[in-house]
Write a protein that binds this ligand. Structure first.
Ligand SMILES: *Cc1c(COP(=O)(O)O)cnc(C)c1O
Length: 425
């Protein structure tokens, strides 16, 4: 498509947008009396207008039924988590039995490492991307230390080449090959939170397996943002949060994927709890843990119903919109944003912006990370004053994520105009 950086063109794209009515299903935060331009759905997705009802229903059922709500609530709480795998399997490309919704993201990272990071004196290394999200770094650091290894020795961080911002797949693969005698786990983000780079999970997984290691991914910035095929790619395990692109509320429940080839393998060690126990005999309350032979076998505790109700409200919207339309619009939004940014550079005396997110559709999702070459902080402040919520990362990066459920092409056009005005001042 031939883009134009004009209001008329942006409005035409909005009119043609098959998903345009979904925006009305969300609360858009108000800044200075107007709807903001919300580009931080990668950090905390917006609240669907249906969420309150979903949560209130559970509060009502609790009031009406007390403990009997476990069986008699409109959505009985005992099997509540069982409603998610069908919907999530479409978003993540999994079999339903490979997915379970539980806990929080960092907790789940630790639980997955208990099962899939089992170092030996020879094979004990974790390979990850440099500048992984801090919580992931701390999780890896504490895990290797827990097993008696030193971070500097046990964790191999892959850095971009000199003068580059993102990683080349060949460099990732070569690093894995180099450590083929000592690597136990390859643990990458799906999308790097800082650069927005989407890694080639399929190739990374194949390389990990060739080296005799497991491949696990933190999909916090990928789930609901990019089409995934975790099952077909043979990924061993993964986890994500639900409050970023999945719009399920602050601190919302996390999800876990464990590949079919591992789910019934009772020899894989895990930290166990009663909710992971075989359902038919769970309430006999006997000694000796017998896991459910699906990803549910990794559950510890009974489900946090209020967070899960919010998750359900959001996933029903994903179902109604359909993943294909969402991903098609996401690609168009991010490419239009790139076009507008390039147009700002082309019309400036000196280059204003360097995009550090890869440009190819296969290597990115919604998020575009912009390295400001001049007036960075001033631009960021002006954006906020003009009702644009974006995200500032030191030293000079603005991250913006136009998401297909509630952002518009006009949002992107307006964003570009604000930057232009500041640069020309
Ligand atoms: C958002 C995010 C987290 C946050 O972890 P919580 O346990 O949900 O607080 C962790 N890792 C990555 C990669 C993230 O993007």
């Amino acid at each position: 498509m031939q883009f134009e950086n004009t209001l008329a063109f942006a409005k035409t794209l909005d009119e043609q947008d098959a998903l345009k009515h979904f925006r009305e299903q969300f609360y858009i935060p108000i800044i200075n009396g107007k709807e903001s331009i919300y580009f931080t759905g990668n950090s905390l997705g917006l609240q669907p207008k249906t969420t309150q009802d979903y949560v209130l229903n559970e509060l009502e059922d609790w009031a009406n039924y007390g403990v009997e709500g476990h069986f008699h609530a409109r959505n009985p709480w005992m099997p509540y988590h069982e409603i998610f795998p069908q919907q999530l399997s479409k978003i993540l490309g999994t079999l339903p039995e490979e997915v379970v919704v539980m806990n929080q993201l960092t907790v789940n990272l630790h639980l997955l490492m208990v099962s899939f990071y089992r170092p030996t004196p020879q094979r004990y290394k974790i390979i990850c991307e440099a500048k992984a999200f801090p919580s992931d770094q701390y999780a890896m650091e504490s895990q290797v230390q827990y097993h008696g290894f030193a971070y500097e020795d046990a964790v191999i961080e892959i850095e971009p080449r000199e003068g580059e911002h993102t990683l080349r797949t060949e460099d990732i693969i070569n690093t894995i090959k180099q450590h083929r005698d000592s690597v136990a786990l390859v643990l990458f983000g799906g999308v790097n939170y800082y650069t927005g780079q989407f890694f080639n999970l399929k190739q990374i997984t194949a390389a990990a397996h060739e080296a005799g290691a497991y491949a696990c991914f933190d999909l916090a910035h990928a789930a609901g943002n990019i089409p995934l095929q975790l099952h077909n790619w043979q990924v061993d395990c993964a986890t994500w949060c639900s409050y970023k692109y999945l719009n399920s509320g602050p601190g919302g429940v996390s999800g876990v994927f464990i590949h079919q080839k591992h789910i019934a393998d009772a020899s894989i060690p895990r930290f166990a709890g009663w909710w992971g126990y075989t359902k038919a005999t769970r309430f006999k309350m006997e000694k000796g843990f017998e896991p459910i032979p699906t990803a549910e076998g990794w559950q510890l505790s009974n489900a946090p119903i209020l967070s899960m109700a919010a998750h359900k409200a959001s996933l029903d919207i994903f179902d109604a919109a359909g993943m294909e339309l969402l991903f098609t619009k996401a690609t168009l939004l991010s490419n239009y944003l790139l076009f507008v940014l390039d147009d700002i550079n082309a019309n400036a005396k000196e280059k204003v912006i360097e995009v550090i997110t890869p440009r190819m559709d296969a290597d990115k999702g919604c998020q575009i990370s912009i390295l400001m070459l001049q007036k960075g902080k001033a631009v960021f402040e002006a954006l906020l004053q003009n009702g644009v919520l974006s995200d500032w990362r030191e030293p000079n990066v603005i991250r913006v994520a136009p998401v297909p459920l509630y952002n518009t092409f006009t949002d992107i056009y307006t964003f570009g105009q604000i930057i232009k005005d500041i640069i020309n001042q």
